[in-house]
Write a protein that binds this ligand. Structure first.
Ligand code: NHR
Ligand code: GAR
Length: 221
């Protein structure tokens, strides 16, 4: 990418697309020096596809159910992202586990937002698991995607309190507000060349990022 050029983002979704909306807003509002070149869903019914179309963004549905294997699905997904010449791939509520056929070509340019304080609760049902464990706080992590599910190096993490009477739904609503703040911020770090993934982990401005990511404090970035 030429210095100062607008980056091309491919955003992968499976559902509602509120994180996608945060990226649409961040691109339009100048927070992100980027354009979304395509929104891809594995799920034809994803509401996020309509948000993208409403914003004039190219959409594409690659239904995993029409492929014989994960590998074949991932190969088709990778071909679409490559065809759009994306600089950075954003998983935004994308619900299919990815194989090397997708991870390898985009390694270092592939981010995910996961709704827990990793390394706690990789995988699914994170909010219920935090409640069941009696955790006093919960949160969200943006991380580089590697082959290890939700195990790639964290970039940034934001915390919220767990409040009396919380359900998985009320907790999720508190967490997702933070997702919408930290995910575009991490993407902008990547786009501006500040963020790197190497064999020894993730770096911001050449400094190793702590094992649980940079702690997001509002008004302090
Ligand atoms: N792929 C790899 N290789 N590494 C990661 O870190 C990934 C990934 C794919 C998706 C997102 C992740 C999350 O943030 C993500 C990270 C789906 C599942 C899952 O179990 C787990 C974690 C995540 C996404 N998916 C089931 C599957 O069989 C399907 C579940 C469903 O359709 O509801 O793929 O939490
Ligand atoms: C978000 O909370 C995201 O962190 C989570 O799904 C939600 C998607 O919301 N991701 C995962 O659980 C990935 N397995 P959205 O579609 O409104 O952005």
């Amino acid at each position: 990418m030429k210095p100062g050029a607008r980056a091309r983002l491919a955003i992968l979704i499976s559902g509602r697309g509120s994180n996608l909306q945060a990226f649409i807003d961040a691109c339009a509002g100048g927070v992100l020096n980027a354009d979304i070149c395509v929104v891809i869903s594995n799920n034809p019914a994803a509401a996020g596809l309509e948000r993208a179309a409403a914003a004039g963004i190219a959409t594409c549905c690659i239904d995993h159910r029409s492929f014989a294997s994960r590998d074949a699905f991932d190969t088709a997904l990778a071909a679409e992202v490559s065809r759009r010449q994306a600089d950075l791939v954003i998983l935004a509520g994308f619900m299919r586990i990815l194989t090397p056929a997708f991870i390898t070509p985009f390694s270092g340019r592939l981010l995910n937002v996961h709704p827990s304080l990793l390394p706690r609760y990789p995988g699914l049902h994170t909010h219920q698991r935090a409640l069941d464990a009696g955790d006093p706080e919960a949160g969200v992590t943006v991380h580089f995607v590697t082959l290890e599910l939700d195990g790639g190096p964290p970039i940034i993490q934001a915390r919220v309190p767990v409040l009396p009477g919380d359900t998985a739904q009320t907790l999720a609503a508190r967490v997702i507000e933070k997702e919408h703040l930290i995910y575009p911020l991490a993407a902008q770090w990547h786009i501006s060349g500040r963020l790197q993934l190497t064999d020894t982990g993730a770096y911001l401005d050449g400094e190793p990022i702590p094992a649980t990511g940079i702690d997001y404090q509002e008004n302090a970035h």
